[in-house]
Design a protein around this ligand. Structure first.
Ligand code: TNX
Length: 730
């Protein structure tokens, strides 16, 4: 009896186990037709992989062997009770049919890519541990009979990674490629050079990586984004690059390399200053960089670039090479005698046209190396017409994407408000926000035809979609890269693969919770877990637990919940709702940000009358602003040791906690890197409150406070530092 009760309970508690093995596929396939019976995987299971599919056969075996206790043979003839991979004619590229029958599994496709995607779908029918490194030791697994017919919507399904602002080593990149492959993505756009680091070895110019790949006090480029005073950086040798290109190609992913020119070229100009314009008018770009624009008129520049791209073209077999072309500050061209003369000579109206001229020349160089050119959407800012094969990556806005399509260019959609995974996922999380908050639902809602296309004919110009991860903020906290990519990259993968009519956000979210999160977990990805929704109704804290696979934990002292905090099962009756904090946990290691009830104010702040003083240059308007809690103040120069900012209160303030934070309000960039905080008590004593950690410090004063001082111990790593008003809790 007990036994029966127990198994009934188990059934009730584990609905996922009883679901059909072909449910919860992601991206959603074109069609899934349930069959009759089951296919039993047990000892003796074999894989048939004929000529040309050796890699695919071995790949499938390796994954399956991570869940089974027995070994699996790969042969080139089909066996009874086997999985057969077979190439057939007459299907669309990258499509496949996966048939699970009672006595065999077949994957049919016109090409190895299609076979590979069929394998991915089959893996999704297995226990999620199939993505792990093998401790399950199953002796048997039963697949439900089914036929999946599937094909991608777009031929270009990409992910972009900026490895310049934050360097990710080869192992990181290989892991990302695996994760992409699991999602049927097929293009990796590798942003290899930007202001903050040159990441690819060029044999002809060893200084590019010897010097240009490193930042720090004695390097060609100063540190950035709070990386501190140590030597920071890294690069890929050509051997590394070959390894990554091969690894990706085996997984049917083409790599498109990018060298960002003629702006965003600080790492290049740092190594070869003569490549910049011949002038010394200072400028600061949209990204806060200086001296990062190449001179268009200097002939030798094109020889150097030609030599660089010759090596790049040898390393990367991709159809396209990306030359960047975004966000060029025009100050240097407007002031450089050679650029001005060039504008005159060619009858160019302004610097935009000089930009187009530069892009023409790059296109020419790439053509000479047998490649087509791709660039960010600024390359079509003028009426310039590049070769009909040029490809535009739309990023700035829907309008700029529309312009690319209207001008007839093959277009990749990486529009910020949908596809920039460096944007915050909610207001309280780390990230940029210039393109808005980009939650999962926003990425999922991308429908390129609807936003970009005037006529049905234009639709063919949209070659696909891509998620981009810019890396200014990726160095900290650890694994933020994974948090930003996932699960938003899953959403983008479905946008790229599944037809419009097969897509539904709620259904997608259910598939994530039902199964895909545990797949990601087994892949070893530190993905983002959404925080619970909490509201207070006057007596009860009502906590919405998003799904049974997630556990919500709480604290009653305003600290962030940890894995040992008590579990919350719905409602909590309390008269101190502001003290509660909640977080959602997935598995043993992942948790959401911590939140309180969203409809009450969680903190009781004091707003004492304050005067702010600085012994370094800061304008009066900023000093005044800093006297209030939401104030912001920028220093007029890079900070130095000994610089001090003081918040002086009119009368001593009795409070429980004081928080100093720094950095731009949305992104946290330009924070105060090296400083400690001290405060003066009403008795006139000066006490040390501690050193800043990533630009922040919270302390509990021992006595009423007259003054709080932030004292710099070293220089920060930008042309400015951003201070913020104090948060003083009652
Ligand atoms: C704009 S996207 C940039 C990047 C920044 C990014 C930050 C693009 C072509 N340029 O340089 O990293 O914004 O979101």
């Amino acid at each position: 009896m007990r036994k029966i009760l127990f198994s009934l309970l188990m059934l009730a508690a584990a609905p996922v186990l009883s679901a059909q093995t072909y449910c919860n596929l992601l991206p959603e396939p074109v069609s899934v037709a349930p069959g009759h019976g089951v296919f039993v995987m047990e000892d003796g299971l074999s894989i048939c992989a004929p000529d040309g599919l050796e890699f695919e056969g071995g790949y499938l075996r390796e994954r399956l062997e991570s869940v089974f206790a027995f070994e699996i043979e790969v042969a080139d003839v089909p066996y009874y009770n086997g999985i057969e991979l077979r190439l057939i004619d007459g299907m669309d590229p990258e499509s496949y049919r996966l048939e699970v029958g009672e006595d065999r599994v077949q994957i049919l496709a016109p090409d190895a890519a299609g076979i590979f995607y069929g394998i991915q779908t089959l893996l999704q029918m297995m226990p999620a541990q199939v993505y792990g490194d093998g401790c399950m030791e199953l002796t048997r697994f039963v697949l439900d009979a089914v036929t999946v017919d599937d094909a991608p919507r777009y031929g270009y399904r990409g992910a972009m990674l900026d490895v310049s602002r934050t360097f990710f080593d080869v192992e990181h990149v290989l892991r990302l490629i695996d994760w992409m492959a699991y999602h049927k993505l097929n293009r990796f756009h590798w942003h290899l050079a930007d202001d903050n680091g040159w990441r690819i070895e060029i044999r002809r110019y060893p200084d590019l990586t010897r010097k240009g790949a490193w930042r720090g006090d004695d390097e060609v480029s100063p540190a950035a984004y709070g990386q501190g005073h140590g030597r920071y950086g890294g690069y890929y040798t050509q051997k590394d690059i070959r390894r990554v290109v091969k690894y990706a190609a085996e997984r049917h992913i083409e790599i498109i390399p990018e060298i960002d020119l003629p702006g965003h070229s600080r790492s290049l100009v740092g190594v070869f200053p003569e490549m910049a314009c011949d002038m010394d008018v200072p400028y600061i770009t949209a990204n806060g960089e200086t001296d990062n624009v190449l001179c268009v008129a200097r002939k030798e520049n094109y020889i150097i670039l030609d030599n660089i791209f010759r090596e790049i073209a040898v390393l990367f077999p991709s159809e396209y090479i990306h030359i960047g072309g975004d966000e060029v500050d025009h100050t240097s061209w407007n002031n450089c005698p050679h650029c001005r003369a060039m504008m005159k000579e060619y009858g160019l109206e302004g610097p935009e046209n000089l930009h187009s001229l530069f892009v023409y020349r790059m296109e020419d160089i790439l053509h000479r190396h047998g490649r087509k050119m791709a660039g960010w959407d600024e390359i079509i800012n003028t009426d310039a017409r590049y070769d009909s094969t040029a490809r535009v990556y739309a990023w700035r806005s829907v309008e700029s994407g529309r312009a690319a399509v209207e001008k007839g260019y093959s277009t990749v959609v990486q529009i910020g408000e949908y596809c920039y995974l460096d944007m915050k996922q909610s207001p309280a999380e780390r990230g940029h926000s210039w393109a808005g908050i980009v939650p999962l639902s926003k990425t999922y809602s991308l429908e390129p035809d609807e936003i970009l296309v005037g006529s049905p004919a234009d639709s063919a110009l949209i070659v696909g979609v891509q998620a981009g991860l810019w890396a200014e903020l990726m160095a900290w906290p650890p694994r933020l890269m994974e948090y930003q990519y996932f699960p938003r990259l899953c959403a983008l993968a479905e946008v790229g693969w599944s037809s419009k009519t097969d897509r539904d956000f709620e259904d997608f979210e259910q598939r994530l919770y039902n199964k895909h999160f545990s797949r990601l977990y087994n892949m070893g990805i530190a993905f983002r877990v959404a925080p619970p929704e909490v509201a207070f109704d006057g007596q009860v804290l009502d906590v919405r637990v998003p799904h049974p696979s997630v556990v919500v934990r709480y604290t009653m002292d305003r600290t962030a919940p940890v894995a040992s905090s008590p579990v919350c099962r719905g409602e909590i009756v309390t008269d101190r709702p502001e003290d509660f904090r909640f977080a959602a946990f997935f598995g043993e290691s992942l948790s959401s940000i911590s939140v309180g009830a969203s409809n009450i104010s969680l903190y009781d702040y004091l707003e004492p009358s304050t005067v702010v003083k600085a012994n370094f240059p800061m304008s009066d308007k900023y000093l005044e602003s800093l006297a209030s809690r939401d104030g912001v103040g920028l220093s007029d120069r890079t900070l130095r040791a000994g610089d001090t900012l003081a918040y002086v209160f009119d009368s001593p303030v009795d409070c429980s906690r004081i928080t100093f934070t720094s950095g731009a309000p949305s992104s946290g960039m330009f924070y105060v890197t090296d400083a400690y905080v001290e405060y003066v008590t009403d008795a006139g004593e000066t006490l040390n409150a501690g050193v800043l950690y990533h630009g922040e410090l919270t302390f509990r004063p021992e006595a009423p406070v007259r003054e709080v001082r932030v004292v710099m111990t070293d220089s920060n790593d930008a042309y400015t530092a951003v201070f913020r008003g104090l948060m003083i809790e009652k």
